[in-house]
Design a protein around this ligand. Structure first.
Ligand SMILES: C[S@@+](CC[C@H](N)C(=O)[O-])C[C@H]1O[C@@H](n2cnc3c(N)ncnc32)[C@H](O)[C@@H]1O
Length: 232
């Protein structure tokens, strides 16, 4: 049986050459973002963007939540995979970054599907819950500050319909999750959420050792709760 391959630069280049279909608009958004500080660590890879688009299309999602806009590459990728009546709410604490993505969304003719909400994502998600009630979304991508992941996961799970999909980025967090010396708030939050997801019987779960770690959590139908916790 084949084992997990170690990725090498040559293999990653082969994967891109064999499967990446990034178009000119997305490529230019990435090029524009590349000049910003820490852009490479923040922006999803084009392969991830394509994967997110595939998941949105595959799941038939029409209402998507994008937590952590930055310059809008994930928003662009997912919005393009939506049906014409689809809607994507993307949130960021800074209005500076989504402002860079907006012209590219317009050029791709998906700006009408994208709604930007500025503020702490905890507050944005609470407002969405108050405005739209539970189960208002089909799909959520979590990619904001890592210390907020446990809160974003709970809020997203509540905002998702049964059968909806949550995708979490950076769940291996630069490999720090397996470094006992890494005890910073971000690493601890990711590590704790990963452990909690394993025992969470409200979801079907898959963790992919791709890019910086991508976790898929599908909200199950019916009543359920995290194992060992009180029913709320
Ligand atoms: C990893 S980047 C998102 C990358 C984006 N998904 C993309 O495709 O390029 C994380 C973003 O989360 C934002 N952020 C950080 N803390 C936040 C918070 N408390 N609430 C909302 N957004 C936050 C940052 O401003 C940053 O733009």
């Amino acid at each position: 049986m084949a084992q997990q391959l170690e990725s090498t630069p040559a293999l990653l280049e082969y994967v891109a050459r064999s499967s990446l279909r990034e178009d000119d608009i997305a490529r230019r958004l990435r090029a524009q973002t590349a000049g910003l500080p820490a852009a490479q660590a923040l922006q999803v890879t084009p392969e991830q963007g394509q994967f997110l688009a595939l998941l949105v299309a595959l799941s038939g999602a029409a209402r998507v939540l994008d937590i952590g806009t930055f310059t809008g590459y994930s928003a662009l990728s997912m919005a393009r995979a939506l049906p014409a009546h689809g809607r994507l709410v993307t949130c960021d604490i800074s209005e500076k970054w989504p402002g860079i993505g907006a012209p590219f969304w317009r050029e791709a003719q998906v700006a009408g599907r994208i709604e930007v909400r500025i503020g702490d994502a905890r507050e944005t998600l609470a407002k969405l819950r108050a405005e739209e009630g539970p189960a208002a979304f089909d799909f959520a991508f979590i990619d904001a500050d890592k210390a907020g992941y446990p809160a974003y996961y709970e809020a997203a799970l509540d905002l998702l319909r049964p059968g909806g999909l949550i995708v979490l980025d950076n769940t291996l967090f630069f490999g720090r999750v397996v470094d006992p010396a890494a005890q910073d708030a971000d690493t601890v939050a990711v590590r704790e959420l990963n452990a909690a997801l394993l025992d969470d019987d409200r979801i079907d779960l898959s963790m992919l050792p791709v890019a910086d770690g991508i976790t898929l959590a599908r909200k199950k139908s019916g009543e359920s709760r995290p194992s060992g916790q009180e029913r709320r």
